[in-house]
Structures are given as C-alpha cells and as structure tokens.
Design a protein around this ligand. Structure first.
Ligand code: S3P
Length: 447
C-alpha cells in the first residue's frame, strides 16, 4: 500500500547488465568521519562522503551541536571540529530521520557532555530499541527519559563527570560498541568494550586515524577487547571514504542473476568485518573477481568484476552474520535464484533493523513465488533457479527491502512492484538511475 509522498516503482526484466560503475561512499564510515571530525580540533576534509539522507541528518545534528559541516563545490566535505568535550547544547530536537547509526552514535557522543539533548526520528526509527545504548551510557553517567521500550523520542541528560567503563556487548552491535567508545572519549582513564563476536571496526580504525590510542586484543573465545585511552586530543584529518560494500551488494547480485551480465564495480570497501556477503556468494558459485586490490582511507578496497553465474544453495553460519548483517535481504534474493536450499542462521538482529527484515523478506519472497521458511532466527530459501516474481512488496520504510526486491524483479518471470522507493535515498541516492544505466528497467509505477 502506498502513502502520501511515496513513490511506487516497478522493476521489469533487465537486459544483460554491462558497464563500469561506482557506488556511493560507505554509510558507516561516512557517519563516523563526520562525528569524529566534529570531535577533533581543526579541520577535517572528507572525500567520497555518502550524500544520503541518513548521513545528511548526522551532518545537521552535528551543526546543531556546535560543529561546522559544509560541502564544497568539488564535493569534498569540510568539518570544523570543536574538540573532545566541546559539543554544546542543541536548541532544538535532533531528528535523525531513518538512521539508527546516526541516532545511536550521537547519543554516545553527547552522553559524556554536561547538557541535555532530545532525539527523534521517522516512524521506523521511533520503533527501534535504544535501551541497548542507554544501558552502557547510563553506566558512564548519562540519564535517559524515553518512551516505553526505550524508544524515541528520548532525552539524553549528559554526564557532568563521565566515568570510564568496561562493557561486554550483549548483542553483536557495532553501533553500541561505537556509542560507548564515543562517550568514552570524554571520560578520564580507559574505556573498554568487549565483543563476543567481532563487529565492523570502522570506529576503531578512524579513532586511530584522528590520533586516539585504541588497542585491540583477541579474546580466547574468538571475540575482541577494545581499549580506548580517554580524553585524547583528536586532530582534524583528511580521509577518503571507500565505496559501500552494502550498496555494491545490490549491483553484484543483480549482475549474478541477470543472464549474460558482466559489470565492474570500482572502489568497493572490503573490510574483512564487512565482506561476509562476498564470501558467501563465492561459496554459492558466484563469479566475482577482485581487481586492483589496494588500501584507501585505511580500509582494503578493490574493483569487483561480477559475471552472471549459476548459483547453488549453501548454509551460512551464525558467526558470519555480523560481517554481512545488512546483506540478508539481497542474499535471500540471490538464494531464490540458486539451485537448492540456502539456510541462514543467527538472524535475530534482523528483527530490529529499519523494519523487521525477517518478516519483510519472508513475505516479499513468498509474494514472488519463492519458497521460504522462518524458524526462530533461521531463514531458509528453497531456490528453484528463477522465481515467478509478480509480487507487490510492502517496503516498510526500509531502503534495503526496497532495493532487494527491485533487483529480484530484474530477473524474475514477471515484474515486481514496490510500494515506495523514496527510502532508497537514505543510503543509495541514484540507485534506479545507476542500475538502469547498466541495463535494468526500473520505472515509476503510475496509477
Ligand atoms: C552499523 C552497524 C549495524 C548495521 C548498520 C550500520 C554501523 O547495526 O546494521 O546498518 O555503522 O555501526 P548494528 O550495530 O545494530 O548491528
């Protein structure tokens, strides 16, 4: 069902995809670059920032907190930071739109500043749990007044005298880890986060890039301990944001399932803690080659050469989930085009993303004629080579559900319709135009 301001889209059968392309800058790194730039002394210049709604909300919030964030005519973003502990009280609500990362990381940043701020977001973000950050930030000394279930809108009353804490993550979440580390920047002494399963380490890498002392120790159980020395002087720095592997995932799967395709996606970040999807696709038989492997902005990067492939079903272990947590919607689509069953374990966190993604994937695939089951936190898709398509997808304010099902429509027997494509701009502005340039046929779905 569409609503006012929504943009229904239809994805028809694509031509074989061909060409070279680039994807927007990494969303996780973009948020962190702006936030750390704001907490540094002096000027930070960010090249390749994702100019999606989520990141622009973080930029606005940082301006409201006293930093200067500006886009130059050359597309390079400049941040004039206030230094660790230098944020000031915003005079209005901070509205983070659809962005869980923006909301949770900024709650961390303000938790160790002695002022009160108010956070809200769109209907999707207002449903998502914030207790997971409020709990450790409470131990640091901040107080929270939130709606039932720890939900937005909420007020953060920052700590007058923030304490360094040691916190073991109860859920594998880079957002919670990063919120604690950002709060710990303005606490004296050492802030320690332990994670039983390693999550993306962009915060650790960037904190070092800006001059903080961050030590990482491997734990016997395979987890990690991250130790941050508090109250460092962060210094403004230049950085280049690599292409987002989570955005590239949609193009890669499109090229795998549309017969006769061959595309090159340039400059994709392949941090090992983010690249689980590519490992999985290769296990499924995908022809994906890494060319020009290099390091950019402290992250491993490569050009991906992707050719249409016959895929087979595989089992995806729970331990891999944090390294591909945003990629299950598009992996489930790839699985529907494979031969045999793909079983994905350890997906509890998908229930609390921009939508309940387990439910959204299951419902969407079923409406496209694919055979799918959810049991607890396991998703199983029985691939039959080519699903029927023809579905009408409820995207639930979730950009990744929208993009995944548009990709499915490119190679299904019948077109796929989604109720709203506006949310795609949160992470991948220009998605439909870029895919259409490669051979897709995605169009507005008129009345
Ligand atoms: C992110 C971490 C993940 C991911 C999100 C971005 C980050 O969320 O789903 O899109 O930038 O730290 P969780 O920390 O909730 O797993």
């Amino acid at each position: 069902m569409s609503h006012a301001g929504s943009m229904p889209l239809v994805s028809n059968t694509a031509r074989p995809l061909a060409g070279r392309c680039r994807v927007p800058g990494d969303k996780s790194i973009s948020h962190r670059a702006l936030i750390l730039g704001a907490l540094a002394v002096g000027r930070t210049r960010v090249t390749g920032l994702l100019e999606g709604d989520d990141v622009l909300r973080t930029a606005q919030a940082l301006c409201a907190l006293g930093a200067r964030v500006e886009r130059g005519e050359d597309g390079v973003w400049t941040v004039k930071g206030v230094g660790v502990g230098g944020l000031s009280e915003p005079d209005d609500m901070l509205d983070l739109g659809n962005s869980g990362t923006g909301a949770r990381l900024l709650m961390g940043a303000v938790a160790s500043h002695p002022f009160t701020s108010f956070f809200t977001g769109d209907a999707s973000l207002r449903r998502r749990p914030m207790g997971r950050v409020a709990k450790p930030l409470g131990e640091i000394g901040a107080r929270f007044i939130a709606r039932d279930g720890g939900r937005l809108p909420l007020a953060v009353i920052g700590a007058e005298s923030p304490l360094p804490i040691t916190y073991r993550l109860p859920v594998p979440s880079a957002q919670v880890k990063s919120a604690v580390l950002l709060a710990g920047l303005n606490a004296p002494g050492e802030t320690v986060v332990e994670e039983p399963l390693a999550t993306r380490d962009h915060s650790e890498r960037l904190l070092r890039h800006f001059g903080a002392s961050v030590l990482v120790e491997m734990l016997n159980d395979g987890g990690r301990r991250i130790r941050l020395e508090g109250q460092p002087e962060l210094l403004g720095a230049d950085l280049v944001v690599p292409g987002d592997p989570s955005a590239a995932a949609f193009l890669a799967v499109a090229a795998l399932i549309v017969p006769g395709s061959e595309i090159v996606i340039e400059g994709v970040g392949l941090n090992p803690l983010r690249a689980g999807l590519y490992t999985t696709l290769r296990e499924m038989g995908a022809d994906i080659a890494y060319e020009n492997e290099r390091v950019e902005g402290g992250e491993p990067v490569a050009d991906l050469v992707v050719r249409a492939s016959r895929l087979k079903g595989v089992a995806v272990p729970a331990e891999r989930a944090p390294s591909m947590i945003d990629e299950y919607p598009i992996l489930a689509v790839a699985a529907a085009f494979a031969q045999g069953q793909t079983v994905m374990h350890g997906l509890a966190e998908l229930r609390v993303k921009e939508s309940d993604r387990l439910a959204a994937i299951a419902q969407g695939l079923a409406s496209c004629g694919a055979s799918v089951t959810v049991a607890g936190d396991t998703l199983a898709v029985a691939g039959k080579g080519q699903p029927a398509g023809g579905g009408q997808i409820a995207t639930r304010l979730d950009h990744r559900i929208a993009m995944a099902f548009l990709v499915l429509g490119m190679a299904a027997e019948k077109p796929v319709r989604i109720d709203d494509g506006t949310t795609i701009a949160t992470s991948f502005p220009g998605f439909a135009a870029l895919l259409n340039g490669l051979g897709a046929a995605i169009a507005e779905d008129g009345p």
